[in-house]
Design a protein around this ligand. Structure first.
Ligand SMILES: Nc1ncnc2c1ncn2[C@@H]1O[C@H](COP(=O)(O)OP(=O)(O)OP(=O)(O)O)[C@@H](O)[C@H]1O
Ligand SMILES: [Mg+2]
Length: 508
């Protein structure tokens, strides 16, 4: 007889026990993840209102912890939209709670990141998090919170209300955590640099535990339009989603139901589809049997004539801003950018943007430098597992006369309502055929342009070499030929030399 005993586990308990899957695997990585999660939340909060973000991050030393780790205090301030006081405790004290479970592009997706940072701080230092926030109204709210990990509920230790004289809006969070900053430092600085590259409209300030100041100043105040929330696309639905929609719908006909709850389905498409699926147009969706719902789902996937999703739920950077960001951080000799048209995988819209930079401050390596971004988040770990890495490695570079030792950086940005991350730690993108195809096409386009640039560069180089030889020997030829011809007056070669030099600079 089995003597097994059973128990239930809350979401926060699960993530407490399995924090590696959220990226909190060691003291150095944890400090990086904590900073990243807080900064991503701040960027989302500012961008959602089209406010150029001003983000201030300070990590200060508190005490020695073990031989290799220290206790730090992390403070992150932003000028974003702020949070209404009634949501603050759960937003920072309840795992899987958030405002971003919507069909529109955001850095946040899981309702987890900020809490994991707080939870990690709590279990390593047993101190509360303090959150101060205002939406710009008359009051500022300040909370001291801890997480009841077993019940997955916030514990409010203190709550203060202050008068907001200057109509300040934004959020300030502060908590302590254990970590290894020295080890984490290169990744953290790299994170800020890459964040600045893909958010060229943001001011980012980081003060590290040694008091060193890292400042990334915005290059522009132009920002992409915030994305609009959308409805599910017919190709992306399953039975569960259909049942949920049927439960909440007020429509009494199938035509109305399809038009009301699905992305890009109008009267004509709905009628044609119902005809195809052999479902009566005036049937009440609430009367569908379970078998009919399953059949409806299968037919929604089978029908070929639904319009592809539009991209209003996405907020790509755009070629101009991507250019500005890469110029700002790498100052390359030559830069090409390319944005693909919107595409979809499993009904989720996505756009790939790509840049290729040559020379300037592109770091010198034995291989291409790859910068990967998803919804404007730099992805710094597990490069070799990312679909972009495979696409870049599988490319026939010889065809483009490009070799990996050249000072070339490749920037890949995918934005989507649902980025196909492999883990909740947001480290790399899984290999979806649609995503791979889009990235490969974008890469071919930028590679073609780099090829032209390299060909021109080589031509100029050869031409210069030829001209320099010419200018070196021309005076001697003039001298010899004068003697040979028995003349005493040498021909005027100055004019010829000047025109040769002029041609050289023009070519350049
Ligand atoms: N700086 C901030 N300004 C405004 N709202 C914030 C801020 N930080 C967190 N929030 C709110 O708290 C919620 C929870 O944040 P959290 O980081 O835990 O999850 P998320 O951002 O929704 O998803 P993810 O797990 O992918 O980061 C957010 O959805 C947002 O509504
Ligand atoms: Mg978040």
């Amino acid at each position: 007889m089995s003597a097994a005993t059973f128990e239930e586990m809350s979401a926060s308990d699960f993530f407490y026990r399995n924090r590696d899957i959220a990226g909190l695997s060691n003291p150095s990585r944890s400090i990086f993840v904590a900073i990243r999660e807080a900064v991503e939340n701040s960027l989302d909060a500012a961008e959602s209102e089209k406010i150029p973000p001003d983000i201030y991050v300070r990590l200060s030393f508190e005490a020695e912890a073990t031989q290799d780790t220290q206790v730090y205090k992390l403070r992150v301030e932003d000028n974003g939209c702020g949070i209404q006081p009634r949501f603050i405790p759960s937003a920072f004290g309840q795992v899987l709670y958030g405002s971003k479970y919507k069909l529109k592009q955001a850095r946040g997706t899981f309702g987890l990141g900020g809490k994991m940072a707080v939870l990690y701080g709590q279990i390593t230092t047993h101190q509360p998090v303090s959150v101060t926030s205002s939406t710009g109204q008359e009051k500022i709210y300040s909370f001291k919170l801890m997480i009841d990990i077993q019940r997955n509920k916030p514990i409010i230790l203190d709550r203060k209300v202050l008068i907001n004289k200057d109509n300040w809006h934004g959020t300030i969070i502060e908590f302590t955590l254990e970590g290894d900053y020295l080890r984490a430092m290169p990744k953290i600085i790299e994170y800020f640099k890459q964040t600045a590259m893909v958010n060229p409209y943001a001011n980012l300030t980081f003060v590290d535990p040694k008091g060193r100041l890292y400042k990334f100043t915005r290059a522009t105040t132009a920002m992409p339009d915030p994305p609009k929330e959308t409805m599910p696309h017919p190709y992306g639905v399953d039975v569960e989603l259909l049942q949920r929609l049927i439960l909440i719908t007020e429509c009494t006909t199938m035509t109305g139901f399809l038009r009301q709850h699905f992305h890009r389905v109008g009267e004509v498409t709905a009628t044609k589809f119902l005809d195809f699926a052999k479902i009566q147009a005036n049937k009440n969706p609430k009367k569908l049997t379970h078998e009919e719902i399953v059949r409806l789902m299968q037919n929604l996937k089978k029908y070929k004539d639904f319009l592809p999703p539009d991209a209003s739920c996405l907020s790509p950077l755009g070629e101009e801003l991507l250019k500005a960001g890469v110029m700002k951080e790498l100052n390359p000799e030559y830069l090409v950018v390319h944005q693909r048209k919107p595409s979809t995988y499993e009904g989720h819209p996505f756009i790939v943007e790509m840049a290729m930079a040559y020379g300037g401050n592109v770091p010198k390596r034995d291989n291409f430098v790859i910068y990967r971004f998803a919804n404007k988040i730099p992805l710094l770990y597990d490069e070799a597992s990312d679909v972009a890495y495979r696409v870049i490695s599988n490319m026939n570079w010889k065809r483009y006369k490009v070799s990996p030792e050249m000072p070339i950086a490749i920037v890949v940005h995918i934005c989507s309502t649902k980025v196909p991350y492999k883990t909740v730690g947001k480290e790399f993108i899984s290999d979806r055929p649609e995503v791979r195809r889009e990235e490969a096409n974008a890469l071919r386009e930028v590679a073609r342009q780099i090829q032209h640039f390299l060909a021109r560069k080589e031509h100029v180089h050869n031409e210069k070499k030829r001209l320099s030889i010419f200018s070196k020997y021309l005076p001697k030829i003039a001298e010899f030929s004068t003697t040979l011809a028995g003349e005493t007056r040498k021909p005027d070669i100055e004019k010829l030399l000047k025109s040769v030099q002029k041609y050289g600079t023009e070519e350049e």
